[in-house]
Design a protein around this ligand. Structure first.
Ligand SMILES: [Zn+2]
Ligand SMILES: [Zn+2]
Length: 827
């Protein structure tokens, strides 16, 4: 999947300005990230610093995952934005005492890789391997604490055989099925798409308007879990994502009711959320694709209806349902009977009714639905008021009234409120055997067949005698052949590879053909988190013994653009595997946070627009630590950011300051209570901020602490610098490691414990107490904050100036404002 969903326009990196104070003669060495970063990356790898044991007696396990990238070839700034803050949180949790697993892999199949390969003329497999090699190198440049022993690559047969296993298990449970359906079709990518991959009517991958096509395809039965998806039981997810998924699932309560077609045996079923308005149904509208259209249309209307239906198939769903577009339709010449009024009502077709929503037919109630009202006005159809806001009947309506009210002109139900009427109509429909209360969802099943090459072959063999036969488990994987003409156009590329397609039926041994389609790459990414703990298990999709130590994922991060796609698919697969007894939990991600999108000049950027720049130039210029910090410093991480590299120099200067403050001898001096307090407050702030993914304010607090340390001396400064390095370590792992060891650290700073926050010390700061005698200011005294009344009185009396002002008199009383003022009153 796309980790950032965004990238960055080409921009020249300006040379860093001369840094004041860094070339003073007493400083032996300047901060040189180009020297220290590769050194530590090598050393960490050699010391296997980031290899996480499956368990540690002293540290509870903690499983942090950030969405793995497509092997596009370059980790661009969008990837850095997604991944380095996630890495910082993983490092932070490790220092907090957890045994943190933070793995990485590649979402290596799919259209992106295939299209890139076609463009470059290199086979997708070779192109992908080359890209992954480069990206692993780039991950190393980032300074990520990835345990590479657990890498998952979805295009390798030892991974995708378990996609095939998953498919077959879902098939066994009735959660995978094959159906002829009008599917979303991307004319450019020449493949079917799932509903979730059509964004505002456009292909999720290439922004081409999506059309419809009838195809026999494989589906996963997402709708089986529609109600459970709405519950979000026991998980900590952002409200925004929960709302997006809830809207996508689109649960509506109402009734499904059937009207007879006049003079025939056909019946038209429809769903309505407003059964209370049924007496006002003065016509019906079918989707142009509705199967009844062919049978009920009268001969006189046939040509017109067929022409309209043909045109509708060319329009995208977004065009068809746009509220701005004028509604059009054609009369089929047929009539239905409104079962509640007995009236004969005309049946129309119109493209604003979608075959895929509800039953593909509606009862039209123009008096109480704006769309139906406009349609009735345009075509001269009857408008009949049946709900009145105040209970009085109106002769004429100037607009539709869609609110609740009192039922009128509704026979026995007249006088009921809308709410009571909904139940009464559903009950009557049930009694008469023509309907019942019902619930529908906007959510559709997940279409997973793709007519493309670079994906997991669907493990099905089609036999003329036996039908669709599953490939036996012991014959998995069905390997994707290498030598295939994979450019799109004219069906599935695998269909052209006869050696692959032609096989024998596992049931009857007769000649048969393999399914020529491959799976949606979102199948691969729907369960990869179960594979990380032991990616080499050759017997199971997941090594249960090892995985049970980690799963479910404790912290998950990734782009908000996956709120409906990947995050919903992963929930589906988790619930299905739980029902198969393969998992012991029903939600894959306990805690989930999403970074926003990086935009440039107000525009979201993508590789397909060709304006991507790898951040390697920035790394060469400023170092990975600076770029990592800059990613967190641009603003609230969940809100996304406007990319403008100019602020990076300020962050670079900050690290120079850290370098200087850490390597300058602290000198002598007394303990500085105020500085100790500032250090403690920084611990408190950075701890809370990193816990909540508030990187920008954590970095600000560290900048402020560094400034305070610069002007201090003595043991408080010495301790403060140590704390500063520990707090900065998760965010800037290289410079802190270098400084830690230069200052005498025996082992890696990344093995150190996070500083403990001391609330009592944090409260310690110095305040200025104004001392008055009879209301006149006589002195100002520095004192630790929080002194009690008696101590403040004693301090005031001890002042030379106050004694002079008193001139031998004794104060009769004291007025004390804590931390602010002492007034000695003599009269
Ligand atoms: Zn496309
Ligand atoms: Zn057969």
């Amino acid at each position: 999947m796309s980790a950032g969903g965004a990238s960055v326009a080409k921009r020249t990196v300006r040379p860093a300005p001369a840094l004041p104070g860094t070339d003073e003669p007493h400083k032996k060495e300047r901060y040189a990230p180009a020297v220290i970063e590769p050194k530590w990356q090598e050393r960490w790898a050699r010391d296997r610093l980031y290899e996480t044991p499956d368990s540690d007696p002293d540290r509870p396990n903690f499983y942090c995952v950030t969405m793995f990238p497509y092997p596009s070839g370059d980790l661009h700034v969008g990837h850095w934005y997604a991944m380095t803050p996630s890495d910082s949180v993983a490092r932070f949790l490790r220092m907090r005492g957890y045994n943190v697993l933070f793995p990485m892999g590649f979402d290596a199949f799919g259209l992106n890789a295939e299209n890139a390969a076609i463009k470059s003329g290199v086979h997708p497999s070779d192109n992908t391997e080359r890209n992954m090699a480069n990206m692993r190198r780039q991950f190393r440049l980032m300074g990520m604490m990835v345990d590479w022993r657990r890498e998952v690559v979805t295009c390798h047969p030892d991974y995708y055989r378990w996609n095939q296993w998953l498919f077959l298990r879902l098939l066994e449970r009735g959660l995978a099925y094959r159906a002829l359906a009008p599917v979303n079709w991307c004319p450019k990518d020449q493949t079917a798409l799932a509903n979730e991959q059509v964004i505002n009517g456009l292909c999720e991958r290439c922004d081409t308007p999506v059309t419809k096509k009838d195809l026999v395809q494989w589906f996963f039965r997402m709708t089986a879990y529609a109600d459970e998806f709405l519950r979000f039981d026991g998980i900590d997810w952002p409200e925004r994502v929960r709302v997006m998924q809830t809207n996508w699932i689109g649960r509506s309560e109402g009734a499904e009711i059937t009207f007879d077609v006049l003079g025939g045996r056909e019946k038209i079923s429809f769903f309505t959320t407003r059964p209370d308005t049924i007496h006002g149904a003065t016509f019906m509208v079918l989707a142009p694709e509705h199967p009844l259209v062919a049978t009920i249309t009268t001969p006189a209307k046939r040509a017109e209806v067929e022409a309209y239906a043909a045109a509708a198939r060319q329009a995208t769903e977004i065009e068809r349902t746009s509220t701005e577009r004028e509604k059009t339709g054609v009369d089929t010449g047929a009539f239905a009977v409104n079962a509640f009024t007995g009236a004969r009502i005309p049946v129309w077709i119109a493209d604003y009714v979608l075959a895929t929503y509800g039953t593909g037919a509606i009862m039209a109630v123009p008096a109480h639905d704006e769309r139906d009202f406009a349609f009735a006005r345009k075509y001269g159809l009857e408008i009949r008021e049946v709900i009145s806001p105040d209970g009085t009947e109106h002769e004429r309506l100037d607009e539709a009234y869609s609110g609740p009210g009192v039922m009128v002109r509704s026979g026995a139900q007249s006088g009921l409120s809308s709410d009571d009427g909904k139940r009464a109509i559903a009950d009557e429909a049930k009694r008469r055997g023509i309907g019942a209360a019902s619930v529908i969802y906007r959510l559709r099943d997940w279409l997973i067949s793709r007519q493309r090459y670079w994906g997991t072959p669907i493990p099905i063999i089609h036999c003329a005698a036996c039908g669709a036969v599953p490939v036996p488990y012991d014959q998995l994987p069905v390997e994707l052949p290498y030598d295939v003409e994979f450019t799109p156009g004219g069906g599935s590329p695998l269909a052209r590879k006869r050696e692959f397609i032609e096989t024998t039926c596992p049931k009857c041994a007769g000649p048969a053909e393999r399914d020529p389609d491959t799976m949606d790459t979102f199948v691969d990414s729907s369960w990869y988190i179960y594979r990380y703990p032991d990616p080499n298990d050759s017997q199971h999709f997941m090594n249960k013994e090892v995985a049970s130590k980690w799963l479910p994922v404790t912290r998950y991060t990734g782009g908000i653009e996956h709120a409906i796609l990947h995050l919903l698919y992963a929930r589906f697969v988790c619930k299905a595997l739980a029902d198969m007894g393969e998992l012991w939990f029903r939600e894959p991600f306990v805690h989930q946070r999403n970074q926003g999108t990086i935009v440039f000049e107000g525009r979201k950027m993508s590789k397909s627009r060709g304006n991507v720049q790898a951040p390697d130039e920035y790394v060469a210029q400023y170092g990975a630590d600076t770029l990592r910090l800059f990613m967190g410093f641009m603003g609230p991480w969940t809100g996304g950011a406007d990319w403008d590299g100019s602020g990076i120099e300020g962050v670079f200067r900050f690290l120079h300051r850290v370098w200087d403050v850490a390597l300058t001898p602290a000198g002598d001096g007394p303990r500085n209570v105020e500085l100790d307090g500032a250090v403690q407050r920084a611990i408190g702030k950075v701890t809370t901020d990193l816990e909540q993914y508030h990187f920008n304010t954590a970095i600000s607090a560290l900048m402020e602490l560094t400034r305070e340390l610069l002007h201090a001396s003595g043991p408080s400064r010495e301790d403060g610098v140590r704390t500063l390095l520990l707090l900065l370590a998760p965010l800037a792992p290289h410079i802190t490691e270098e400084l830690w060891q230069r200052r005498g650290g025996a082992t890696s700073i990344h093995l150190e414990r996070w500083p403990e926050f001391d609330a009592a010390k944090a409260a310690r700061r110095r305040v200025t107490i104004v001392v008055q005698v009879d209301g006149k200011v006589r002195d100002r005294i520095e004192a630790p904050a929080g002194l009690e009344q008696q101590a403040l009185e004693a301090l005031a009396i001890a002042s030379e100036r106050v004694r002079a002002a008193l001139d031998g008199r004794k104060p009769a009383s004291f007025v004390v404002v804590p931390d602010r003022l002492v007034n000695l009153v003599t009269k």
